[in-house]
Design a protein around this ligand. Structure first.
Ligand SMILES: Cc1ncc(COP(=O)(O)O)c(C=O)c1O
Length: 382
């Protein structure tokens, strides 16, 4: 019996061939494949600018640096996201504000967001940005978020790490129609992969210029050089570059995004149909959204099942199926609990989500036999 994980990358012959091309070329990094990958992402997202970086986390960090956050600033994100979304706020010593999710879609709740903003404005706090997360491929209510962003003059960032391939109103390039900045990750658990990798997309030149400079130590490429070996640095940056090897893989993977997304949707459809139990909620669909299903989160009412969450996890594991939980809420982590005085009940919908959720296996080459193995075990257990 083979092991089934919740996720798995898919690489074909073309992917391997293009990597070999780079290995046989003169540049392993800082060559033409980085620009090519950035241009292809720009086309995909219909964006003016794109900077590819070494990870999604590096991308988020560079955004915080480019926007110049400091300890007087407040940035909003949601408890149900990967820790990197919140850490990127803390890197700059800014303050993290959390906003609970919508029960139905697992994304930031726009009504609660507006209440949170109003409350903080009353306290004379400066809210500089909202980092909204298109969780698992399901999209936020972007129309509502854009309205709030305009009304209160707050920068809107789309942590789009799960949602490459999703569509809003049938538009795959939706993200920058609503957010000022979009961040991607190409970790192997994402919809396409470069091994490690990420990208920041925006239509705002000033932001992109800063991100490009901070990606390479803060070197100001736009300043005229007196000598070829000279460069100017006025603010320090990092080495968050991505290699040509990674970008070549990204170019080849991006070509397959429609095929990958279609297959993930077919797998989701089978789960939706075959998981039929009143104690289990499969993901809701949203009229405007074509979901890329980076994750297939199901919610189980463990108050009414014979076994608890850990027992269920272990039973799957015994059957060589590795489920996962996305995510332990941000306010459950010691660092955030201590700094902001959060309790587990501070965000009740997120807590309820965490008590019930498991990410079920979904990836391009999950066979129907293996998917049926997962479904049969679930139906047997519950
Ligand atoms: C929602 C979200 N944001 C940010 C990241 C960070 O991306 P990376 O792993 O490429 O640093 C991830 C990746 O796991 C993610 O899922």
């Amino acid at each position: 019996m083979n092991i089934i994980n919740y996720t798995k990358q898919y690489l074909d012959k073309e992917d391997k061939k293009i990597i070999l091309e780079v290995l046989n070329s003169s540049n392993l990094t800082q060559g033409k494949y980085v620009n090519r990958f950035e241009n292809n992402l720009k086309k995909y997202f219909n964006s003016k600018f794109c900077t590819a970086v070494s990870s999604g986390t590096a991308g988020l960090h560079l955004v915080s640096k480019a926007l110049g956050w400091d300890n007087k600033d407040y940035i909003v994100t949601t408890p149900i996201t990967f820790i990197a979304s919140a850490n990127s706020i803390e890197y700059s010593n800014a303050n993290t504000l959390l906003c609970d999710i919508e029960d139905k879609y697992n994304t930031i709740d726009p009504n609660k967001l507006e209440d949170l903003i109003k409350k903080n404005i009353k306290k004379n706090r400066k809210i500089r940005a909202i980092i909204a997360v298109d969780y698992g491929g399901m999209l936020c209510d972007w129309s509502a978020l854009k309205f709030i962003s305009n009304k209160y003059n707050i920068i809107l960032i789309n942590d789009n790490c799960h949602a490459l391939g999703s569509r809003y109103n049938n538009n795959k390039s939706y993200a920058l129609n609503y957010a000022h900045i979009v961040v991607q990750s190409f970790h192997p658990a994402k919809n396409i992969t470069t091994g490690e990798g990420g990208a920041v997309l925006t239509n705002i030149k000033k932001i992109n210029d800063k991100i490009r400079s901070f990606r390479t130590h803060g070197i100001d490429y736009l300043k005229k050089r007196k000598y070829n070996w000279d460069y100017s640095i006025s603010e320090i940056g990092y080495n968050y570059r991505i290699t040509d090897i990674q970008c070549a893989l990204g170019i080849s993977q991006l070509k397959k995004i429609n095929k990958f997304t279609k297959k993930r949707n077919e797998i989701a459809k089978i789960y939706n149909k075959k998981i039929n139990n009143e104690l289990i909620k499969t993901p809701f669909s949203k009229k405007k959204v074509y979901n890329s299903f980076n994750l297939y989160p199901i919610k189980i009412n463990f108050k009414k099942t014979k076994i608890n969450k850990l027992e269920m996890y272990n039973l799957f594991k015994k059957n060589k199926i590795n489920l996962q939980v996305h995510y332990k809420p941000i306010h459950f982590y010691e660092y955030y609990k201590k700094k902001y005085n959060f309790s587990e009940n501070s965000f009740p919908i997120s807590k309820k989500f965490y008590d019930s959720v498991f990410s079920f296996p979904i990836y391009y080459d999950l066979s129907s036999n293996n998917q049926n193995r997962v479904i049969n075990i679930l139906n047997k257990i519950i």
